[in-house]
Design a protein around this ligand. Structure first.
Ligand SMILES: Nc1ncnc2c1ncn2[C@@H]1O[C@H](COP(=O)(O)OP(=O)(O)OP(=O)(O)O)[C@@H](O)[C@H]1O
Ligand SMILES: [Mg+2]
Length: 268
C-alpha cells in the first residue's frame, strides 16, 4: 500500500528539502523501496538542485497546468523517481490540483515523498491535502517552534494531524529547546533528532542527497532510523545501545510507536 508523506514547516531554511531528498534516496537505495519524490515548493522550487536535476523541461508546474502528462515529468535520479519544479514557469498554477494529479501514478510506488513550501497559503495546503502522513521539520529555537505549533494546528484543522516532529540542525543543546519542551508545547512526538552536520552542506554543493553522499554521517544515520520505522523494520542499534540495551532515547521509543501506528493504519 502506498504511503504519501509530506515534509512540512511554516519556516524557510529549516531543512525540509534536504530531509525529503535524503529520506527518499535512503528508502530507495538502502530499503529497496520504490519512491516518488515531488517538489511541492512552487514559488521557490529547489528540490532539483538537491537531486542533480538542472533546468528540467517538464516539471510539476507543467503537470498542475495540464501542459504535461505526469509520467513525462519524472526524472530518474539516485534510484528515485523525481518530479522537480520550474523556476521559470511563466503562468501561475493551482497547487491544490496536486492530490488529483498524483492519483494517476501513486499506486505504482511504495512511498511518495512531498517536499513543501513554507508559505502559509495554497502552496503548503497542497502538500497537507495530498499527504496521508505529515512530518514537521523544526529547528530547536523559539521562533521556529512557534511556527511549528502553527503548522500543527493548520494540519489538524484540515483533518491531518502531524505524525511526528523532526528536529534538525541541533547545535548546542545547552542553548536550545529540549525534546521534552518541544513535545510539551506541541503535543506531538519527536521522531528524529538530526545534528547540525557539515555533510548536508557538502551534499548540496555536490548535488548528491546526504544519504547517498555519506551514508555514515550523523545526518544520514538518523534519516535511516526514521526510515526503519516507516518501512516496519528494526532500527540498527548504536554501539552504546548494544552495550547498555536499556539505554533508549525518547525519539527511539516514539519511532517504535510510529512504526506500530504506521502498520495498523490504512493508506489510500
Ligand atoms: N542538519 C543540517 N546540518 C547543516 N546544514 C543543514 C542541515 N540540514 C539542512 N542544512 C542546510 O540548510 C540549508 C537549508 O536547507 P533546505 O533547503 O533543505 O531548507 P528548506 O526548509 O527546504 O528551505 P526552503 O523553505 O527555503 O525550501 C541548506 O544549505 C542545507 O544544506
Ligand atoms: Mg526547500
Amino acid at each position: 500500500m502506498v504511503k504519501t508523506i509530506g515534509i512540512i514547516a511554516i519556516k524557510g531554511g529549516v531543512g525540509k528539502t534536504t530531509i525529503a531528498a535524503s529520506l527518499a534516496s535512503d528508502l530507495a537505495n538502502h530499503y529497496n523501496q520504490k519512491v516518488l519524490l515531488v517538489d511541492g515548493n512552487y514559488s521557490a522550487p529547489n528540490l532539483g538542485l538537491h537531486m542533480d536535476i538542472i533546468e528540467p523541461s517538464k516539471t510539476i508546474h507543467h503537470v498542475l497546468d495540464k501542459r504535461a502528462n505526469i509520467k513525462s515529468a519524472i526524472h530518474k535520479k539516485f534510484g528515485v523517481d523525481v518530479i522537480p519544479g520550474s523556476y521559470v514557469y511563466s503562468k501561475s498554477v493551482n497547487p491544490l490540483k496536486l492530490k488529483d494529479r498524483l492519483r494517476k501514478i501513486k499506486y505504482d510506488y511504495d512511498f511518495v515523498i512531498l517536499d513543501s513550501s513554507p508559505s502559509l497559503n495554497d502552496e503548503i495546503l497542497s502538500a497537507i491535502l495530498a499527504s496521508d502522513s505529515l512530518f514537521v521539520v523544526t529547528t530547536p529555537d523559539y521562533p521556529t517552534i512557534s511556527c511549528s505549533i502553527h503548522a500543527a494546528n493548520l494540519s489538524l484543522e484540515k483533518g491531518k494531524p502531524i505524525k511526528g516532529i523532526i528536529i534538525n540542525k541541533i547545535r548546542d543543546p545547552d542553548y536550545e529547546i529540549s525534546l521534552k519542551e518541544i513535545e510539551e508545547s506541541t503535543n506531538i512526538p519527536v521522531v528524529a533528532r538530526i545534528p547540525d552536520d557539515k555533510t548536508a552542506v557538502k551534499s548540496l554543493f555536490t548535488r548528491i542527497p546526504v544519504s547517498i553522499y555519506n551514508r555514515n554521517s550523523p545526518f544520514s544515520k538518523e534519516i535511516s532510523r526514521l526510515n526503519a520505522a516507516l518501512t516496519g523494520q528494526k532500527e540498527k542499534r548504536s554501539f552504546l545501545e548494544k552495550i547498555f540495551p536499556k539505554h533508549f532515547r525518547k525519539e527511539q521509543v516514539n519511532r517504535q510507536l510510529l512504526k506500530e501506528s504506521f502498520y495498523t493504519s490504512s493508506f489510500d
